[in-house]
Design a binder for this molecule. Structure first.
Ligand code: ZN
Length: 313
């Protein structure tokens, strides 16, 4: 247990992504972001932690506050009790099996907690973003892939394996092959990678990023519009499943692809309106508010029980 002793007590949050590591320094009192920094992601577990610790030190060096804890969010399966990375994609070399929490604790000398990045995203949005105060929420992150996380009864719900809420790899969305080896998963229609691939197939164009597909959709390109409509429909279906199964009234959609909310939002809403939930529960599907800070801030929020105090460290 860490007691908040001084109003200058600070909590750091780290987001280890495939291309960059982002750090935020937050007020321990209300999680407001006081400073941020980032650096390219190096290769290897210890190198990633060294870079993370260096970013935090560069931020705390410029303040009078005292660092009391640090939270870390990273892709992959994380054992939250030990802070060890249980499984990670090939894009993170030397990461699977790495005791990330212990290494960052050794480097900084403060308590550290580690969580999966999508878990951190929904925690951040519930504590300080688009879903402040929500008791129940589904978080969907649209990046290269599709991640999901569940917030139930005011806390993260992990399920048996720690992977509850991972809706990206649920079937029922057509017959395209998924990156995981499965077929017809939500990710095959709604991830950045699949938006690029679907557009390329339809338009027979050279490869473009999902951001470029969004630009073309806004210019009226029918293939680009169709790809985003299909992604939105699939996400709307996922929202309805979450609502029907768990009574979730709030869904927060984040990640890079969600920046095309002008395209995705209406398609999601149309799908939800087409098959309104039998329960009659109103559903709010909103884009994330914290943008690039979401994962780092949500990682820091592991040390904040309600955004007003540090607890349970
Ligand atoms: Zn899959």
């Amino acid at each position: 247990m860490i007691a908040l002793e001084h109003e200058n007590d600070l909590v750091a949050g780290i987001d280890i992504g495939g291309t960059s590591i982002k750090a935020v320094l937050c007020s321990g009192e209300d999680l407001s972001v006081l400073a941020r920094a980032s650096a390219p992601t190096p290769r290897g577990g210890q190198a990633m932690i060294d870079t993370s610790a260096g970013l935090i030190r560069s931020l705390t060096g410029n303040t009078e506050g005292r660092l009391v804890a640090a939270g870390l969010g990273a892709a992959g399966v994380i054992d939250r009790s030990t802070g060890t990375v249980v499984a990670a994609s090939d894009s993170f070399s030397g990461w699977t099996g790495f005791p990330a929490g212990q290494a960052l604790r050794d480097a900084l000398g403060v308590p550290v907690r580690v969580d999966n990045d999508v878990n951190a995203f929904i925690r951040g949005e519930v504590r300080a973003g688009a879903a402040v105060g929500a008791r129940h929420a589904l978080g969907i992150m649209l990046g290269t892939g599709v991640g999901g996380a569940l917030w139930l009864d005011g806390e993260l719900y992990e399920g048996l394996s720690g992977a509850a809420g991972e809706i990206g790899h649920l079937p029922g969305y057509g017959d395209l092959p998924c990156t995981c080896g499965g077929t017809g998963h939500l990710e095959t229609l709604a991830s950045g990678r699949s938006i690029s691939a679907r557009y390329r197939e339809l338009s027979a164009s050279s490869p473009v990023t999902s951001q470029e597909v969004a630009l073309r959709a806004r210019q009226g390109d029918p293939h680009a519009l169709s790809v985003f409509r299909t992604a939105g429909q699939a996400l709307g279906h996922a929202v309805l499943v979450g609502l029907g199964l768990l009574g979730l009234g709030t869904v927060v959609v984040g990640g890079g692809v969600a920046r095309a909310w002008d395209l995705l939002g209406p398609a999601i809403e149309a799908e939800v309106r087409r098959e309104p939930p039998v329960s009659g529960i109103p559903v709010h599907v909103v884009p994330g508010k914290l943008d690039a800070d979401a994962v780092a801030l949500g990682a820091a929020a592991q040390f904040s029980s309600d955004g007003s105090a540090l607890a349970n460290a």
